[in-house]
Design a protein around this ligand. Structure first.
Ligand SMILES: [Zn+2]
Ligand SMILES: [Zn+2]
Length: 258
């Protein structure tokens, strides 16, 4: 078993060759993929890919970059679409103050709506955070105290302290191909100590192709390269880590059946 916990099969670069992309992933042992939504206009297509392929699951959500353009996507709308049997998570959502493509207050408001949907449905929230550690943690902590919800910090690139705080809130940590980059010493250090039972792996494809595919369009097959790198880094057996991260995926995204 090997799971890509975060990919964008409907983005340009992958959507034109989706069938081949899925076949190449299966050929490298990928048994499940979570196809992540970032805008309301994608929801139908993201879901259609999951309906057509038993090893593809879907999420519903609005990326923090697009918060400004979705004032009408409220908790009720997210909860309604999340009732679909192939939707297993809420997101991606969160805060991105690095690119800052949407207003901060609107990003926070959208993040909260997604958290409320996770609280109501108990589907995990998929959190994107960049240059916004303090606000992300404050919001997650405040809402977790109000009503618990499951979740994952996707494409983790934050600090050790953030990782510890996220784990203390019960959240999982997902490692992307960034961990294979030469300049990723901090992330590599974090990735060595995150407990094996709280770790996921992802591609965030078509972005962030790992070594030895840098410069290419990322695709779910490459999660095998990130997993192998991570196993060496941690001193874990490759197959054992593949199995553990897959078990973790199904423990967190419990609406998905292996
Ligand atoms: Zn993201
Ligand atoms: Zn993403």
């Amino acid at each position: 078993m090997l799971v890509d916990s975060h990919c964008h099969l409907n983005y340009k670069g992958l959507v034109e060759q989706q069938g081949d992309v899925l076949e190449r992933a299966r050929a490298r042992g990928v048994t499940a993929m979570l196809n992540i939504a970032t805008r309301e206009s994608e929801w139908d297509d993201v879901l259609a890919a999951a309906e057509a392929n038993p090893d593809v699951w879907a999420s519903v959500g609005i990326h923090p970059h697009d918060a400004d353009h979705h004032p009408d996507v409220d908790t009720a709308k997210l909860v309604e679409r999340a009732a679909h049997p192939r939707v297993i998570g809420i997101g991606e959502t969160g805060l991105d103050y690095y690119y800052h493509k949407s207003d901060r207050a609107r990003q926070q408001d959208s993040f909260r709506r997604h958290i409320h949907a996770a609280q109501q449905t108990q589907l995990p929230i998929i959190v994107h955070t960049r240059d916004a550690e303090d606000d992300t943690l404050a919001l997650l902590g405040e809402e977790m105290a109000r009503a618990p919800f499951p979740g994952v910090i996707h494409c983790f690139t934050a600090s050790d302290d953030f990782a510890k705080a996220a784990l203390a809130l019960g959240l999982y940590i997902s490692i992307s191909g960034i961990v294979t980059f030469k300049n990723a010493a901090d992330l590599q250090a974090t990735a060595t100590w995150v407990p094996q039972d709280r770790l996921l792996v992802e591609t965030d494809s078509p972005f962030l192709a790992p070594v030895p595919h840098r410069g290419k369009t990322g695709e779910p097959a490459f999660v095998a390269d990130t997993l192998a790198f991570l196993a060496t880094l941690r001193g874990d057996d490759r197959d054992a880590l593949a199995a553990a991260t897959s078990v973790n995926f199904y423990a967190l995204f419990s609406k998905a059946a292996p």
